[in-house]
Design a protein around this ligand. Structure first.
Ligand SMILES: Cc1cc2nc3c(=O)[nH]c(=O)nc-3n(C[C@H](O)[C@H](O)[C@H](O)COP(=O)(O)O)c2cc1C
Length: 352
């Protein structure tokens, strides 16, 4: 797959996720094999107004390369201004969000709402492409609802104005996150596309990533929820793609170690107070399915010091060794992916 100067064979990409794909999580995923990472979406209007919180989201580090900054907005003027500001932070490319289904975004005419206004979507894309000298890509859904799937109409419009790749979540806006992402639509889009297509939706395992490539013919795949609490998914997917051999699932030692790694990165970038606080929502996915988890989670969410949190996690790792002896943990069989429902439900509750 080629976008600008980036050329990667069958990349496995971290999807943009609000409040999830911050610097710490992006770097964690990168260490575990993600080929490209995206910032969470950033409001064009907020960038234009110089809102500190949004400007902070533009910060990245060289180790994240290649990475994309994603922006969303509903007016050409704000999107152009935001694109120029974002370009100043030197991303490898700039991505436009035309897929967010939530009230706070689509309800204000941005994100997936633009699927109902293909002319405006095209005009925004064209203006952004002209405003910057880096490649511009789009992430979207297949249409507004099942009665108005229009991605095959939108695709050539975006190609004609210079969009360099399309990341496609195989659902409509109305479907939100329900059902299963439609791979057949992604396949059809890929078949007609002159630009690279990145397939997205419901990749929960390395095997799913392989199937997504096989069933859609896409140039790359993008993983969102399946990476939460499970950054191992990137290296596992790449190993499977390269050798055809599955990697063993991460055991409790690897999962606890990666939670500690995540915490350290979080504290490095946000300081102790916020770094520790924001990690709290991640422990349940890292520890999912292990014995006596609620007790340890209760301890973790009450602790304010990062070193103390690490001590709790290390003590729990030791405790788990005992559970192996007792047969409460069957080595090599335990697995974590709970489809991260909790984070998703919070996301929907906050945004719909
Ligand atoms: C918590 C959360 C936050 C999200 N934030 C964004 C975002 O900022 N930008 C975006 O384009 N999509 C966002 N999405 C959508 C994902 O990028 C992705 O398209 C979707 O979750 C489907 O992929 P998956 O099944 O691999 O999770 C978000 C999804 C979730 C669950």
């Amino acid at each position: 797959m080629k976008i600008g100067t980036i050329e990667i064979d069958r990349p496995v990409i971290l999807a943009p996720m609000e409040d999830v794909t911050d610097r710490a999580f992006r770097q964690l995923c990168k260490r575990h094999g993600a080929d490209i990472v995206y910032t969470e979406f950033i409001s064009a209007e907020a960038l234009r107004r110089g809102v500190e919180k949004s400007l902070r989201k533009l910060k990245t580090d060289e180790v994240e390369r290649p990475f994309a900054i994603q922006i969303f907005g509903s007016s050409i003027e704000s999107m152009v201004d935001a694109a120029v500001i974002a370009e100043g932070y030197c991303p490898d490319y700039l991505d436009i969000n035309f897929g967010c289904p939530t009230k706070k975004v689509a309800g204000k005419g941005a994100g997936a709402a633009l699927l109902r206004e293909p002319e405006k979507m095209t005009a925004i894309s064209e203006a952004v492409v002209k405003a910057v000298s880096i490649p511009v890509t789009v992430k979207t859904r297949i249409g507004w609802d099942l009665e108005s799937i229009n991605i095959l109409d939108i695709l050539p419009r975006l190609e004609d104005v210079g969009i360099q790749a399309l990341a496609l979540h195989g659902r409509t806006r109305s479907e939100m996150f329900k059902g299963r992402a439609n791979r057949e639509w992604i396949r059809q889009v890929k078949e007609q596309a002159r630009i690279p297509v990145i397939a997205n939706g419901d990749i929960w395992s390395a095997e799913d990533a392989l199937a997504m490539f096989a069933e859609t013919g896409a140039d790359g795949v993008m993983i969102g929820r399946g990476s939460i609490g499970n950054p191992f998914i990137f290296e596992a997917a790449k190993e499977l793609l390269k050798t055809g051999k599955p990697m063993p699932p991460p055991d409790f030692r690897a999962r606890i170690d990666v939670a500690i790694e995540h915490l350290k990165l979080s504290v490095q970038f946000k300081g102790e107070k916020y770094g520790v606080l924001e990690m709290r929502r991640h422990y349940s996915t890292y520890l999912k399915g292990l014995p006596m988890v609620s007790r340890v989670r209760n301890k973790l969410v009450r602790e304010d010091g990062w070193e103390q949190v690490i001590d709790i996690l290390l003590a729990y790792k030791q405790e788990c060794e005992g559970y192996v002896m007792e047969g409460k943990i069957l080595e090599g069989t335990e697995y974590l992916n709970d489809h991260s429902d909790k984070l998703l439900l919070n996301y929907q509750a906050n945004n719909i």
